[in-house]
Design a protein around this ligand. Structure first.
Ligand code: UT7
Length: 330
């Protein structure tokens, strides 16, 4: 019997724009305060893209770093998947813009929409393209310019999000495990709780739609919170079961960075509080970029080292959710 083909993350990269917006800065913009934001979310500041930076600009910066880290040339990439809910345009895909910016002229490119869960879903798609023999080198990117879709007059949402991007390069290198199986789920019956209702085909752009501010992200925070805790917690347990890995063998848990209280609740429920990677204070919720940025930082800080097993878990609009187990092989 031949060696089982596996897929590994062979490089990571991340990028956040220069401009920092602190909780104190937000106090000048809406009726909020640092104490409320920090105690309810764990957030202190977030990065905001410049006016001339689009999502693909952020994604391209992260991608270049991931390729350099992997020692792979852009021409070697044969698939780019960008997970985003804040694309440069409805079409062409943000992945095509990234391709042009990094010079990955041999790649085929598409975007994946799973809201904040997008990076994990895209990682699974990229892995399976390699396992199916359709691609050898895949660039998976989570990139968001959330600031372009926030209602800066709505304190219940605008304080929660930030801009940024994270990327990984995938290849099959015959490592023992690499990116192991994921569990993923969705529930479209709860779509209204977290969405951008306007300017799609349901409610096309019109003066009335703009006047009702439907072009911006809306969220029923309390309901989303409850589902996030429950779905991410269950996903972690199911992913461990699916891969026959004990929770004790996991070095690090990288959850979607939506709110430190959500993460604390999951940590307590699963008894893993001391092994959770948290950077929500610095970046706020960067949606599909969040776990990709956190992964890059965890690796660069030496929190994850060769041979370590770690778990990523996500939750987002749709609803969508999931978790996977990865062996770090670099
Ligand atoms: O990435 C996708 C997944 N997203 C999430 O998982 C986010 C999930 N939800 C949450 O993280 C939390 O629900 C929030 C952080 C959004 C809100 O925290 P909360 O503890 O659930 O607060 P709340 O919505 O129940 O609001 C409590 C109070 C309200 O005032 P009243 O009605 O009690 O008088 C809000 O109007 O806090 C008020 N409030 C604010 N006050 C100061 C809401 N936003 C703000 C604000 N500053 N920015």
């Amino acid at each position: 019997m031949g060696l089982k083909r596996t897929v590994s993350i062979i490089g990571t990269g991340s990028y956040v724009p220069e401009k920092v917006l602190t909780n104190h800065d937000l106090e000048e913009m809406v009726d909020t305060n640092d104490e409320w934001i920090f105690s309810r979310t764990g957030m202190r500041e977030r990065h905001i893209a410049a006016d001339d930076q689009a999502t693909s600009d952020l994604g391209a910066e992260a991608a270049k770093k991931a390729l350099a880290d992997a020692g792979v040339k852009a021409e070697e990439v044969d698939l780019i998947i960008v997970a985003t809910l804040s694309p440069d345009m409805f079409f062409p895909s943000t992945a095509c813009f990234v391709q042009e910016k990094i010079g990955a002229k041999n790649a085929f490119c598409y975007d994946l929409g799973a809201a904040c869960s997008g990076f994990l879903f895209a990682l699974e798609c990229g892995k399976n393209q390699i396992l199916a023999g359709a691609a050898k080198t895949v660039l998976v990117i989570g990139a968001e310019k959330m600031s372009a879709f926030l209602d800066w007059e709505d304190r219940t949402t605008c304080v929660l999000f930030g801009d940024g991007a994270g990327a990984v390069v995938l290849q099959s290198r015959g490592d023992e495990h690499g990116v192991m199986d994921a569990v993923m789920g969705s529930d479209g019956s709860l779509a209204d709780l977290l969405c951008t209702p306007g300017c799609g085909s349901r409610n096309p752009a019109s003066p009335a739609v703009l006047e009702q501010r439907m072009q911006y992200i809306t969220m029923q925070g309390r309901d989303v919170f409850k589902h996030a805790v429950s779905r991410m917690g269950k996903s972690v347990v199911l992913a461990l079961e699916k891969n026959q890995v004990s929770i004790d063998d996991i070095k690090c848990f990288i959850p979607h960075q939506a709110n430190s209280r959500i993460i604390d609740a999951i940590g307590r429920r699963l008894g893993i509080s001391d092994r959770i990677y948290l950077d929500v204070a610095k970046y706020a919720n960067t949606s599909s970029a969040a776990i990709a940025i956190a992964l890059d930082e965890a690796v660069n800080e030496g929190v994850i080292q060769k041979g370590d097993l770690f778990v990523m878990t996500v939750f987002g609009g749709g609803f969508t959710w999931g978790a996977n187990v990865v062996e770090w092989c670099k």
